[in-house]
Structures are given as structure tokens and as C-alpha cells.
Write a protein that binds this ligand. Structure first.
Ligand SMILES: *Cc1c(COP(=O)(O)O)cnc(C)c1O
Length: 347
């Protein structure tokens, strides 16, 4: 079986780097654990987050929430299925008036605002109506949030969204006071946004500040911002085990279609990971090496790959950016593709 090693020291390094870069405390850091913790393993990453003192998290579904409910004080379900039960520490994200209307009475919610990405969230002119429904259904408004989706781009949109959300907060605070509703927590910034907007956030009056940052990719060890170069350490490394070795003559071809042809006599081995495990498929002209520097032969099979190595196990990557360059993608995609059933080892 291949396996993923999770380095707890790297996780701790990332957490402390994020805390210091954002001039905050661990109480301001929430971990985003959706999509099986970006492929790292939901339970394992939740356990690490808990160990290092993180108390708020964001997951995709009720199923994810239930499996880690003992590890967090606050769990927000980003894409709830409204038929499923929740517990006292689970809050459902509400993204439209329509879903707000069908939410069961007395639930705890976090209200999502659309501040310019135009994906999910209620718009500014629907806020009054939303508060009315919240009041009439006796919902507990735990949070109001948005997603500032312009943190990675140079330009002013980031600030435009930031100020827009500040105006929304003022309106929410006023409506809550008028309706005797407790003022909710606010949050709008993910990894790159937190690096970019933390000082702006702390320059606001206390009651208008975001109280948490929703951090995903940075805690896993990647800084995807083009603007900041913050030294983080990838938490996951992917390992594969040898199936068998073979000594081949010069001119031999390897695998489907004989795409790779040896230019000398060589002993190679197959290893037990392939695109069936969620690894991207190495096709013709994709040149990658393992962490040890061994060439991986084109083309990959579903359950194995051939490598110029005879070691019992090899590290496919300890930093997904080698793969993101080869496949012109982002670490989110390489990592979240890794199958949940790959065993995890926390070191
Ligand atoms: C995925 C997600 C995040 C985390 O984003 P990163 O760039 O990984 O930090 C934050 N908030 C919401 C709503 C998300 O869906």
C-alpha cells in the first residue's frame, strides 16, 4: 500500500508562522478541513489541529462534522444537506434566502454574504429579510461571513470586497441590536486573504473586525499568493512501496504503448501507486522524479508506476509543487485528489 506521512512539526511550524504573519493568536485561526482535509485525512488533521489548540473548523458536510465532533468547539458545515441532524457545536452555512426559509427552527447558522464573487451568499439588499426570518424561526446567528476571492491577484478588488464586507458588518450589527439578536462573529479571509488583509482588519474598530481567519492551504504548507512569499512547510509526503524489480536491456520499452525506451541496461522497479489512487496520470512528455531524484517512467498505470530505483519505498513527493508545475495546476487540486483510503502516518 502507498501511504501519506503527515509531519506534525511542519504543521506546528505553519500554524505559528500564520499566527505571527497575521499578528493574531491561535484563537483567531480556524482550520478548513473540507474534502478530507485537502486529501490529508480528515480525522488525522482534525486530531493535529486539536492538539495544537485550534478550536474552530470548517467542513463540507454533516458526515464530516460528525466524525470529528469531539475535537472542536465550533464546526461549520459549508455545504449542508438540510435533512441531516446536527449537534450543538455544529453550525450550518446558509447561502440564500431560499435555504434560510427551509431551515428548521432553533438551529445555529452562519450566514454567507456575497461580497463580489457571485457564487453563493445572500446579497446586501436581502439582509433585512434574512434577519426577519432568523428572528421568526428563532435561529441562533453564530456567524456572518463572506469569501474574499481576490487575495491572490494584484489589484484593488481585494480591498473593494474588504470594505464592502465592512459595510455589511455595520448593517448586521445595527439590525442585531434593533432585534435583540446577539452580534455574530465575522470572517472573510482564507489563507492568502489573511496574509494580505490581517493588518487592515486589525486597524478596524474592534467590533467590526473579523475574529477568525479560515485557513486551509497555508496550514497544509503552501503559500499560493503571488504577492507574499511566506515560508511554509508541506505537511504531507506521499510514499509508495516496491512491487517488484526487473533488469532490462538497452532498447527495452516499459508499460502501455512502450512509451518509455531505455537508452542503457537498467534495473527498474514498479511501485504500488497509480492514477487509481488519485495521483495525476503521468502521460507522455510529463517528466517527474521522486524526491530521491529517480526518474518516473511514462506512462503511469492505474495501480502502479515504474521508477528508475530499486529501493523498497520511494517518496513520490514531499512538496506537491513539483506536480503542480508538471500538470499546470494548483496544490489544492493535486492534494485533494488523493484518495481517502490511502493510509496516513502522523510523525
Ligand atoms: C476552501 C475554503 C477556505 C480555505 O481556503 P484556503 O485558500 O485553502 O485557505 C476558506 N473559506 C471557505 C468558505 C472555503 O470554501
Amino acid at each position: 500500500m502507498p501511504y501519506i506521512k503527515l509531519d506534525s512539526k511542519s504543521f506546528s511550524h505553519n500554524l505559528h508562522t500564520i499566527v505571527s504573519q497575521t499578528n493574531s493568536t491561535i484563537n483567531n485561526i480556524a482550520i478548513v478541513l473540507k474534502d478530507n482535509a485537502y486529501g490529508h485525512g480528515l480525522i488525522e488533521m482534525a486530531t493535529l489541529a486539536n492538539k495544537y489548540g485550534i478550536t474552530s473548523c470548517f467542513v463540507k458536510s454533516e458526515v464530516e462534522a460528525h466524525s470529528i465532533k469531539h475535537l472542536f468547539k465550533h464546526i461549520t458545515i459549508l455545504y449542508p444537506n438540510f435533512d441531516n441532524a446536527t449537534e450543538d457545536n455544529m453550525y450550518i452555512s446558509i447561502t440564500s434566502l431560499e435555504t434560510l426559509k427551509k431551515t428548521q427552527n432553533n438551529k445555529t447558522i452562519e450566514l454567507k454574504i456575497d461580497s463580489g464573487m457571485h457564487r453563493n451568499g445572500i446579497s446586501k439588499d436581502e439582509i433585512k429579510e434574512a434577519i426577519k426570518i432568523i428572528k421568526s424561526k428563532n435561529l441562533r446567528l453564530f456567524g456572518v461571513f463572506t469569501h474574499n476571492g481576490f487575495a491572490d491577484e494584484i489589484g484593488s478588488e481585494f480591498y473593494g470586497q474588504f470594505h464592502y464586507f465592512t459595510e455589511i458588518k455595520k448593517e448586521i450589527i445595527k439590525l442585531c441590536k434593533d432585534n435583540q439578536i446577539q452580534i455574530p462573529r465575522f470572517h472573510s479571509l482564507a489563507s492568502s486573504g489573511a496574509f494580505r488583509g490581517a493588518s487592515l482588519n486589525s486597524s478596524l474598530p474592534q467590533e467590526l473586525q473579523d475574529s477568525i481567519f479560515r485557513i486551509g492551504i497555508a496550514l497544509y504548507g503552501y503559500c499560493t499568493s503571488e504577492i507574499y512569499n511566506i515560508k511554509l512547510k508541506p505537511v504531507a509526503s506521499l510514499w509508495a512501496k516496491k512491487i517488484s524489480s526487473k533488469t532490462l536491456k538497452k532498447g527495452s520499452t516499459i508499460g502501455y504503448g512502450g512509451v518509455s525506451k531505455l537508452d542503457r541496461d537498467l534495473t527498474i522497479s514498479t511501485y504500488d501507486i497509480g492514477y487509481g489512487d488519485g495521483l495525476f496520470r503521468i502521460k507522455k512528455d510529463i517528466n517527474l522524479t521522486t524526491k530521491e531524484g529517480f526518474s518516473i517512467f511514462q506512462v503511469a498505470s492505474m495501480d502502479c508506476i515504474s521508477i528508475e530505483s530499486t529501493l523498497d519505498e520511494v517518496c513520490i513527493f514531499d512538496d506537491a509543487t513539483t506536480w503542480t508545475s508538471a500538470f499546470s495546476t494548483i496544490p489544492y487540486e493535486i492534494l485533494s485528489h488523493l484518495h481517502a483510503n490511502i493510509p496516513k502516518k502522523i510523525v
